[in-house]
Design a protein around this ligand. Sequence first.
Ligand SMILES: Cc1ncc(C[n+]2csc(CCOP(=O)(O)OP(=O)(O)O)c2C)c(N)n1
Length: 574
Amino acid sequence: MNFKNTKNIEMVAEILKKQNIKNLIISPGGTNIPLVKLVQKDDFFTCYSIVDERSAVYFAIGIYLQTGNPVAMICTSAQATRNYIPGLTEAFYKKVPILAITMEKHPRFKYQDYMQAPDQTSLPNDSVKKSFELPFIKDINDIYHSKRLINDAILELTHNGKGPVQLCIPWLDFNILEIEPKNKIIKRVYISEMKKLNLDEKKILIAIGEHRPFTDEEKNSLNYFCKNTNSVVYTNHLSNFFSEYSVNGNLLLSTIDDKQFNKIKPDILITIGGQTGDYPFYLRFSKTEYSEIEHWRISEDGNIVDTYDKLTYAFQGSEKEFFTKVQENNVEHQYLNLWKDELNKLIKDVDVPFSNVSIANFLHDKIPENSIMQFSILNSLRVWNLFDLNPSIQCYSNVGAFGIDGGMSTLIGQSVASDKLSFMIIGDLAFFYDINSIGIRHIKNNLRILIINNNGGIEFKLNGDGDNNTIDQYIAAANHYKNAKGWAETCGFKYLSAKNMSEFISMSTEFIEPSNKPIIFEVFVSDKDESDAYQSMININKKKNEIIKKELKKSVKKVFGENTINKLKNKIGK
Ligand SMILES: Cc1ncc(C[n+]2csc(CCOP(=O)(O)OP(=O)(O)O)c2C)c(N)n1
């Protein structure tokens, strides 16, 4: 028998049906897509789409109050489950039988700085009667185990008094193990007790996850380390670091093939800071094929956090001290040159339809120096990471727990604590999720919010698997909100809007200049254009080597003429 983790969701759907739980409240997300796809096509269920998980639970309480029947809810992993807590607390004390079905990654990713994986089963005691966590299905034992837990969870809704119950389902596609990973041991080293390292033979990639801007002292120590080793500093916007040794490598890692990657692969990966929010980076470095790479994690906590499954050293102490503990060396920095050679081939100025990509392409070098930028997680962060920003701009995103719930509030806090121009780049679902924040009394005129209104979560349509109508209903949660005009103006913002690139360009100057009001600029983008634009950017760069070869051929032809080239070809026998 072929055991698959899909069995978990099939069993949940089937047992819900047999127990006659009809009403399902669905909140959009990525990890719950397989379960949502299954229930939405089954006429037995009455499904409701509620984007904000906080409202979703209160809405479920309302359904129960009128029907008297248990209600089930489905949300994704990451911050979504947390936002169930207020409503579940009400349900707990009100004794409302709500089955909160939450998703999680494979349990091995808990507390490993794996993106979108906060602990899903740590709900407060008085929010659910009990939490049930299903096993990841590998064999018949897990099937029996799961079946019992699902039944137990549903019975618990009404056992010894009614109340809410959590059922947590691990979800991740299987990794087929083709290569046995190297069995390495992990050592913990206290930086204060460490002697100076001699690393002259090694190619080192230092990856900086999210980080507050570096102090001069921190910067100097990192630069000292790089000067004396064959190192490259991999950054994205959230690293808030720029130096002669740093590269913004996100687009490169999004488009590079294995052969090209082998050229720039490090011997040692050193990580500092928080999560990177950078999937191309994670996907590349977590590959079992590269298990010879050593990962050194530098952190104040010294915890064994094996994000890429390659950890060999957990260095405990300050980054600043670690980077000064290297012997002086005369280094030629060939490794940096290898990265730069690959980066120089990237094609960034691609002609794409009106979208977050075309806007970022136009605006990235016009955002005023010393501004603050906050990117909504996933799509906006991913798109803007493709383009360089002025190094004086500070960048942030809520990649700790990956919620779409509080990005705008975080930026507003920053804009109030500073006089810098403060820009939010945000999708429509995330904007309306955090809409309360635009009424904050303390908002100043330095606040700028750019809403990319593509009617729902483009995140779930980028791969083009499945028809958009089905996805729009519960997965991308389209057609909930129209526009932000009324909200913006009521809250004292200047409201701008654009439906195409020329409208956008004509209003962009006003958006990025000082003003006597905070500004919300809403752009209306089609989901197809949004998806096509990103794919074009990626595909052109995947083919960049062929394109460069063709362009080179053309210019050689121009200089020497067709005849000379044919003669040369004859000579060399081609
Ligand atoms: C609180 C919370 N609920 C759900 C999710 C799952 N989620 C991740 S991205 C996303 C869609 C965001 O859509 P939108 O803000 O419109 O941005 P777009 O992807 O269209 O740019 C959702 C629902 C989450 N990360 N956080």
